[in-house]
Design a protein around this ligand. Structure first.
Ligand code: HEC
Ligand code: HEC
Length: 220
C-alpha cells in the first residue's frame, strides 16, 4: 500500500519534504530487511555478525547509539531485550516508532537469534553517562530515589535498581538517551506502549518531571 502511495505521489509531481523523508526511511528499512532475510541459516545464530551488519546502523557500534532517536542497547538486561524483540515481532509493542522501525526488523528473527542477540548486547559495556543541566539532574535524582509520596508515586529505583542498572526483566535506564526516555514515558502515559506498571507511573508525571528524570538518567 505504501509503495502505491509513493508511486502515485511521484506521478503527481508534488512530493512534500515529509513525504520524501518517509520514502527515504521506507527504502532504507526495506533494504535493511532484505539484508536480514539474506543472512544464511547457518549464520542466524551469529548475533555479533547481525548486530554489526544490521542493528548497528541505528543502535550504534557496540550498542551505543549516537543519535538520540535510537535507544542504547549495550549493558541492557538480556531478559528485557528478549521480551521487547518478541513484543515487536508479535506487534504488541505498538508505539509509532516501534511500528516504523522495529516491527520489520523483528519479523525476520527466530527465537534462537533473539536469545543470542539479547545475550550479546547484555554483555557489552554500557555507555558512560553524559551530565546535563544541574538543576534538572537534581530534580530527577530526587524523584528517581524517593518518588513523590504526595501523589503516591513510588521510587523508580524500587524496580529499576538503585543505580538504574536494571533488575531481572526491569530495564536498565542508566546512560540511556534522554529524549528516548521522555518519548517512552509519553508513550506509556498515552497508552500507545501498553504496560500496566508503567502506565500507573507515567500517568502521575508531568512533562517537566519526565524531562528531569531523563536528564538525570542519561547522566548516570
Ligand atoms: C532503522 C533503525 C533500526 C534498526 C536497523 C534496528 N533498530 Fe532497534 N530500534 C529502533 C528504534 C527507533 C527503536 C525505538 C522504538 C520505540 O521508540 O518504541 C528501537 C528499539 C529497539 C529495542 C528496544 C530497546 C528498549 O530499550 O526498549 C531493541 C531491543 C532493539 N531495537 C533491538 C534491535 C536489534 C537486535 C536490531 C538488529 C536486528 C535492531 N534493533 C535494528 C531502530 C532500529
Ligand atoms: C513497579 C515497578 C516499576 C517502577 C516503580 C518503575 N518502573 Fe519503569 N518500567 C517497569 C517495567 C516492568 C518496564 C518494562 C515495560 C515493558 O515491558 O514495556 C519499565 C520500563 C520503563 C522505561 C522504558 C525503558 C526502555 O528502554 O524502553 C522507562 C523509560 C521507565 N520504565 C522509566 C521509569 C521511571 C522514570 C520511573 C519512576 C518515575 C519508573 N520507570 C518506575 C517497571 C517499573
Amino acid at each position: 500500500m505504501r509503495l502505491t502511495t509513493i508511486h502515485s505521489t511521484c506521478l503527481a509531481g508534488s512530493i512534500s519534504e515529509r513525504e520524501a523523508k518517509m520514502r527515504n526511511l521506507f527504502l532504507f528499512l526495506a533494504s535493511l530487511s532484505l539484508l536480514v532475510s539474506a543472512i544464511p541459516a547457518s549464520a542466524q545464530e551469529d548475533a555479533a555478525t547481525i548486530a554489526s551488519s544490521i542493528c548497528s546502523s541505528c543502535h550504534g557500534a557496540a550498542g551505543i547509539s549516537i543519535s538520540p532517536m535510537f535507544p542504547r542497547l549495550a549493558g541492557q538486561r538480556a531478559t528485557y531485550i528478549e521480551e521487547q524483540l518478541k513484543a515487536f515481532r508479535s506487534q504488541t509493542r505498538t508505539d509509532p516508532d516501534a511500528q516504523a522501525y522495529m516491527w520489520g526488523m523483528a519479523a525476520q528473527l527466530d527465537d534462537m537469534t533473539i536469545h543470542n542477540l539479547a545475550n550479546y548486547y547484555a554483555s557489552l559495556p554500557p555507555a558512560q553517562g553524559t551530565p546535563g543541566p544541574k538543576d534538572e539532574m537534581k530534580a530527577g535524582e530526587e524523584i528517581f530515589h524517593n518518588g513523590i509520596p504526595a501523589r503516591n508515586l513510588p521510587a523508580c529505583a524500587a524496580c529499576h535498581g538503585s543505580n538504574a542498572q536494571g533488575v531481572g526483566s526491569f530495564p536498565r535506564l542508566a546512560g540511556q538517551q534522554s529524549s528516548y526516555i521522555v518519548r517512552q514515558l509519553m508513550a506509556f502515559k498515552s497508552g500507545v506502549r501498553s504496560n500496566a506498571l508503567m502506565l500507573n507511573i507515567a500517568t502521575k508525571l508531568d512533562p517537566k518531571e519526565m524531562r528531569d528524570l531523563a536528564v538525570y538518567l542519561q547522566s548516570l
